[in-house]
Ligand binder design. Structure first.
Ligand code: ASN
Length: 317
């Protein structure tokens, strides 16, 4: 059998950084240490290696994500691995999950420790990601994230811890698989919706967080936005003054998407008191199931870009 052809796209992040022995600071050096690794032990594949950019992932933009989409669409590889900073890895993974129309494996990975730190996880993560991308078992599963020998769906995974190697978790749905010495082993196939055919992406969609005593001040500044995501309390509730301001945004035609600040669980229009989810829903707020704020924002952006402005209640149902 011929070797699988893997397109490796390096974008930066800690996986490509080194710790300065004198200052302890972690930053990109002159060259990307992970891009120099050509011979991955235990993997039988051939590679095309590209480095479209080398940035810390807090610098990642939707434009960068679109550039990755184009690289993937232009490639004839059997599988794609993207190395990425972990801070926004889930956002790039989820955006690609929403907009790519492909069944080949697309796997993102990164590192919690830079290449010369004790316990550096970049190389083992890269090997596990390539093993996954080279497996036909990974086809048709949407975009995957491989960290710490665990395979996650881009739709479910989030970074849960600032520094631990096991930071990436799929809190509600659970991981979709694990990477063994022999290759990936899947527990189930994650649900994947049709790809959004995006046109433009210059939308202003801020994310707000609800807090006890939240008033209208911040929300009233958002009258020129294309949409707002609010990390509401519990199942999707906000304080009364914040609710009034959100409802007036909705009435002026601005989509308002409700997620929960809990970090786990599904938002539901349960509570019918002032500011409760049932009242917000009745006023036209959109509920984003179990998505976190940063993913709900990308879903709204993709839906607006694909022309679903009048059907957002179908997309967020
Ligand atoms: N572990 C990491 O990659 C974090 C880094 N700040 C980044 O996202 O670029």
């Amino acid at each position: 059998m011929s070797k699988k052809h893997i397109l490796l796209l390096h974008t930066g992040g800690t996986i490509s950084m080194k710790e300065n022995a004198d200052t302890g600071g972690v930053a990109p050096g002159g060259s990307n240490p992970i891009a120099e690794v050509m011979d991955l032990p235990g993997v039988d594949a051939r590679y095309t290696i590209k480095e479209p950019f080398q940035i810390p992932s807090p610098h990642m933009t939707v434009e960068n994500m679109i550039a990755l989409k184009k690289e993937i669409e232009a490639s004839d590889a059997d599988g794609i691995v993207i190395t990425h900073g972990t801070d926004t890895l889930e956002e790039t993974a989820y955006f690609l999950h929403l907009v790519l129309d492909t069944s080949i494996p697309v796997v993102l990975t990164g590192a919690m420790r830079s290449s010369n730190e004790i316990g550096a996880d970049g190389l083992p993560n890269l090997i596990a990601a390539v093993k996954t991308a080279a497996s036909s078992d990974a086809e048709g599963k949407g975009v995957l994230v491989v960290m710490n020998e665990t395979i996650h769906s881009a739709a479910l995974v989030t970074k849960t811890n600032t520094g631990r190697l096991d930071s990436f978790k799929s809190r509600d749905g659970g991981p979709v698989g694990t990477v063994l010495k022999t290759g990936p082993h899947f527990f189930f196939t994650p649900f994947k919706t049709d790809a959004f055919s995006i046109q433009r992406f210059d939308y202003h969609i801020p994310i707000l967080k609800a807090y006890a005593g939240m008033d209208a001040f911040l929300i009233n500044q958002l009258t020129t936005c294309d949409g707002v995501v609010i990390e509401a309390m519990g199942q999707g509730n906000v304080p009364p003054e914040a609710a009034k301001a959100l409802i007036s945004l909705i009435q002026s035609g601005i989509p308002v998407v409700i997620v929960s600040r809990c970090g786990s669980g599904i938002v539901q229009p349960v509570y019918a008191y002032e500011g409760g989810g049932a009242v917000l829903k009745k006023a036209g707020a959109l509920f984003a199931d179990g998505l976190n704020g940063q993913k709900a924002r990308l879903k709204l952006l993709a839906a607006l870009s694909a022309g679903y402005r009048q059907n957002l209640n179908v997309i967020f149902s």
